[in-house]
Design a protein around this ligand. Structure first.
Ligand SMILES: *Cc1c(COP(=O)(O)O)cnc(C)c1O
Length: 396
């Protein structure tokens, strides 16, 4: 049969056609009224997408660039920070903290698990200047309790900031950034926004802006204060990725249409879409006798599934690619060979979801050499879908 190329990885994710057209046809110079109009509209829309009244900045870099900015702008060498880590992206926080001379305190739990709030509470001391965590840990498929963690951090007062890497969390997870008091939340273009890699963004609280006035870590390109000043004039400090802004504008418009003209409603629909695809995937995997890698607190962003005993997950990834031209992700680091990951971030609909689950049944039969009850996973997913109230439906 034909093999259309499809990606199911936790970034980059499938591209929205309207965004691709907008990107390809955009030619304006960045110091013009045309670009300023686009830029100003995109920043305003991004506030609604994130769900915040805080300043939003969009930078030309991958997600890690803004993760770095959240360390260099909010800390000084010697500052004590607390990193909550449960996977490869949590470990990135530790690396960044050390690179900027912070005294890094880590609360780490095994891959596939999340933190108990009691443990978090016991590690929070008044001298911690900032807490760093993921909303969804893309390497394991875990969802962390950002609401619960925020509550504990806010109880410390204004001297402890909370930074959340929601790079795969935004658009897949219900987050109340301002209500919970998150000081800096980070996202990336190649995830739920359905556009290519190259932009990363953040929303910054007043507390965080204040901190930047006294923090002493070196920064230049990633000096967020400079970007804030330029943004107030409808510009970026340096040359922006203009065509990606055009793509972003089109993607935000699409999300607004999902919400019948209301961007925040569209964002909620996009989150519900991911949550539903994730639930269909988890249920199907279990119906096929597979084990979830993060059963206790699975995310709506990505589902990590353990390879059956005696099977290398690399063989599963390869079979998906060879037979169906579908790209799923292997485990990262020590998890390589043990699990595979299927993402639900952004532009996936019912047919994509059912299709990849049907393909999973074929892949399992191939790699295990054992009979698979075809339809068992798909049926379980169908039942999840059929139980949904109509309004919680797929991307329209
Ligand atoms: C994709 C991702 C990042 C950012 O990675 P980049 O390659 O720098 O864009 C960070 N954190 C999480 C949880 C991610 O999924």
């Amino acid at each position: 049969m034909l093999r259309k190329n499809r990606i199911f990885t936790p970034g980059p994710t499938p591209l929205l056609p309207a965004a691709q057209f907008a990107e390809a046809s955009f030619t304006a110079h960045h110091r013009t009224a045309d670009f300023r109009n686009l830029f100003t509209r995109v920043l305003a829309d991004m506030k609604e997408f994130i769900g915040t009244r805080n300043d939003v900045l969009v930078l030309a870099c991958s997600g890690t660039g803004v993760m770095e900015a959240s360390v260099s702008n909010l800390t000084s060498p010697g500052d004590k920070i607390l990193v909550l880590t449960a996977g490869k992206f949590g470990e990135r926080w530790s690396g960044l903290g050390k690179a900027f001379g912070c005294q890094v305190d880590t609360l780490s739990v095994p891959y596939g698990q999340t933190f108990s709030l009691d443990e978090v509470r016991s590690r929070l001391t008044p001298d911690i200047r900032a807490v760093y965590v993921q909303a969804t840990e893309s390497s394991t498929g875990v969802r962390h309790d950002v609401k619960g963690i925020s509550k504990l951090v806010r109880a410390q007062g204004d001297d402890t900031l909370l930074v959340v890497d929601a790079i795969t969390g935004l658009g897949t997870t219900h987050l109340d950034v301002d209500g919970w008091g998150v000081d800096l939340i980070i996202g990336g273009s190649q995830k739920a926004l359905m556009i290519p890699p190259g932009l990363a963004y953040c929303a910054v609280s007043e507390r965080a802006w204040q901190r930047m006035e006294s923090s002493k870590s070196p920064r230049y390109y990633f000096d967020l204060r400079k970007e804030r000043k330029s943004a107030a004039k409808g510009e970026t400090a340096y040359t922006p990725a203009t065509s990606l802004f055009a793509a972003l504008g089109a993607a935000l418009e699409y999300i607004r249409q999902m919400g019948n003209g209301n961007l925040e409603a569209g964002r909620e629909d996009l989150v519900n879409n991911a949550e539903l695809a994730a639930e269909m995937t988890r249920t199907a995997a279990q119906a096929l006798g597979l084990k979830l890698f993060a059963p206790q607190s699975p995310s709506g962003a990505v589902t990590a599934i353990e390879a059956p005993a005696g099977v290398d997950s690399g063989a599963i990834v390869k079979e998906f690619r060879n037979t169906f031209n579908a790209v799923v992700a292997n485990g990262q680091g020590e998890m390589k060979g043990q699990l595979f990951r299927m993402a639900h971030i952004g532009y996936y609909d019912y047919l994509d979801t059912i299709g990849i689950l049907a393909a999973l049944e074929q892949v399992l039969a191939q790699v295990t050499g054992k009979p698979v009850e075809f339809g068992a996973g798909v049926r379980a997913a169908q039942e999840v879908f059929a139980r949904q109230p109509e309004t919680a439906g797929a991307v329209r």
